[in-house]
Ligand binder design. Structure first.
Ligand code: FAD
Length: 436
């Protein structure tokens, strides 16, 4: 570390940004209090439900992809930040408004609010080579005031933690002829509630968590609801009126959807539950030597730190993780690098590790767009960050409880949210099922 304390900027006050701010404050000897820029007027990011779709009342693209009745899909026992459990009164699975409340409580408990500049959008982050700063680097961060006259301000920081969220910019798959579809075409980002779809036939593409949830909601008000996907058949009983079908291959000139088995369907509504693009409008990838794809960012050490400029970190890129504990580990690791608790390998070694790891996945037939899917590997990843960064690892029950929930979700989709978990020790937990 250099001679003095470091100035860290955090972009976004969702779960990741709040977590970063909390740990910067906890390491006060090495860091000035954080500066958090948040474009909206609230903390919570994606958990701030917005009824509108498209643009919000300030003309910004709506950030949140929450739907009205969403309930969490990970039990609170492992969804929480490890140092801040959800309230005891809550069931294991809860309505999204409770998660927003939880994040507000986290913010209040760690006194984060006074460090957040609301209504302030980060417009650009530029690297400045200087004699000062961490490793002779500084970052010029330009923000604009969203509420007032949109005036811009530029400030210097030693490190940048990017926590802008990765569930806002809909990914539209390249389906040949998609423009021919004659009905209502939309992305799950713009889905809020089932009632407007009553009486219409709906086809959803993608059997990820959103596709499964939305299909279930819709099947309560309309039918047929077809879940089209290219994965193995679902293992769980499904609601009446909900069907499975192969993935959509193309859209014909007359608007019919051709499925993987050659059959043709003509739904009234076609909902793309196809995930989201990474987007960093404030970064200049060329200048930074960053390769930004819609599902990849490279080269990042531990999927987190720019190998050439490690004072730039990007949180939460990994998919199929439990986000809050993952942020808890990622932010602490990034701070351990900055405060010298962990000494990074040489840049060439980090680049080599990134290349070797990517190649390993590609060689095992993982498509490039899925190389950031950690799933079961997330626990070793989190543990490794903790060991290197010299902070406590997550208790072992995290892994087994999470994996059990994943299996229950796969086999008992209609009921898994009624289960209640109890943590008995660092290694043990029990589950009470109330399925019927
Ligand atoms: P966000 O919550 O998106 O926060 C990013 C923040 O950055 C926002 O406040 C945004 O306004 C701000 N921002 C963006 N750009 C700028 C800028 N240029 N300048 C200033 N501010 C900026 N996770 C679970 O653990 N359990 C669940 O059950 C679960 N369900 C989910 C359901 C849905 C439909 C979705 C979309 C996600 C779900 N998640 C769930 C994942 C959820 O996204 C994460 O839990 C987590 O909240 C992501 O936090 P984040 O801070 O990375 O991003």
């Amino acid at each position: 570390m250099g001679s003095g304390k470091l100035r860290v900027v955090v972009i976004g006050a969702g779960a990741a940004g709040l977590c970063a701010a909390r740990h910067i404050l906890a390491r006060g000897g090495s860091f000035y209090p954080p500066t958090v820029f948040e474009q909206s007027e609230q903390v919570g990011g994606t958990w701030v439900y917005e009824e509108r779709v498209g643009k919000d009342q300030r003309g910004r693209t709506v950030h949140s992809s929450m739907y009205r009745d969403l309930r969490t899909n990970i039990p609170k026992e492992v969804m929480a930040f490890p140092d801040f459990p959800f309230e005891k009164r809550l069931p294991s699975f809860m309505h999204h408004s409770e998660v927003r409340r939880y994040l507000e409580q986290y913010c209040q408990h760690y006194r984060l609010r006074e460090h957040i500049q609301f209504g302030t959008s980060v417009e650009s982050v530029k690297l400045v080579v200087t004699k000062k700063g961490w490793r002779g680097l500084e970052w010029d961060v330009t923000t604009s005031d969203m509420i007032g006259k949109k005036e811009t301000t530029t400030e210097q920081f030693d490190a940048v933690m990017v926590c802008n969220g990765h569930f806002s910019d809909p990914y539209i798959p390249p389906i040949p002829g998609l423009e021919n579809f004659k009905g209502t075409l939309m992305h799950s980002h713009d889905y809020r509630c089932p009632e407007p779809f009553a009486g219409q036939s709906v086809l959803l593409l993608g059997a990820g968590l959103s596709g499964l949830d939305i299909a279930q909601e819709l099947s309560a008000v309309t039918r047929p609801v077809t879940l089209s996907h290219s994965q193995p058949p679902l293992r769980s009983p499904l609601p009446r009126g909900m069907l499975e079908a192969p993935g959509v291959q193309r859209v014909l000139g007359d608007g019919a959807l051709e499925l993987g088995d050659g059959s043709l369907v003509r739904p009234d509504v076609f909902i793309l539950c196809t995930g989201y693009n990474f987007t960093f409008p404030f970064l200049e990838p060329g200048e930074l030597g960053l390769q930004l794809g819609s599902h990849t960012v490279s080269p990042l050490y531990k999927h987190l730190l720019h190998t050439a400029f490690p004072s730039l970190s990007i949180m939460g890129l990994c998919r199929d993780t439990v986000p809050f504990p993952h942020f808890h580990c990622q932010t602490q690791f990034a701070l351990s690098v900055l405060d010298g608790s962990f000494t990074l390998p040489l840049r060439e070694e980090m680049d080599r590790e990134v290349d070797t790891e990517t190649q390993r996945l590609l060689d095992s037939s993982v498509p490039l767009r899925h190389v950031l899917r950690l799933d079961v590997e997330q626990w070793d990843y989190n543990n490794q960050l903790a060991a290197l960064g010299n902070f406590p690892a997550l208790p072992p029950y995290w892994r087994s409880l999470y994996q059990a929930n994943k299996e229950f979700r796969a086999t008992d989709l209609l009921n898994y949210r009624r289960y209640n978990y109890q943590v008995l020790s660092d290694t043990d937990w029990s589950v009470e099922r109330h399925p019927h």
